[in-house]
Design a protein around this ligand. Sequence first.
Ligand code: MN
Length: 208
Amino acid sequence: MAHLNPARIGATPQTLPPLPFPAAALEPAISAQTLGFHHGKHHKGYVDTLHKLVAGTDMADSTLEEIIFATSGEPDQEKIFQAAAQAWNHSFYWQSLSPAASAPKGDLKSAIVRDFGSHDAFNTALTKAATGQFGSGWAWLVAKEGKLSVMSTSDADVPFTEGFVPILTIDVWEHAYYLDWQNRRAGYVEAVIDRHLNWDFAASNYAA
Ligand code: MN
């Protein structure tokens, strides 16, 4: 079970946030069609499922983080955990993406060089985590006690129940890339890492 304070991670309501950019803003890496389905069907589906599962329970008004901590590792709560964690992961994923290419700056840039050796070595490590995740899941840049690392999680799993603070994520479920890249997950991952990671969002997570 988790020991982190949910307040340290945030307080995300059980709602579908709007995409933080127009649906066509990430083309050609991610098409408007993919984003439309991904946000409007998949992400919305997780939020809607969660609402049905927690209606009338003491989790009805809880934040996603509170629900995730309360249900993580509890087999009889697995459906609630999966819906809440997928809702959280997708909200974090949209914020991890940026229409314009950017680069890490300041403290985060220094920490990447300190912990990975270089920005290229970080890119290689994140690419390996994203392409190497077997089946559905997520690739992450995370921090623990100030030290950066990359990891992948399976299905709906989140890093913060294990004490890792999320900095950035890439969705590597097939629904994230199959319309645009067919089975070439590596092409999608390379395009996102090269041009669409939101390093301003990453910096705000690292500073917190
Ligand atoms: Mn997804």
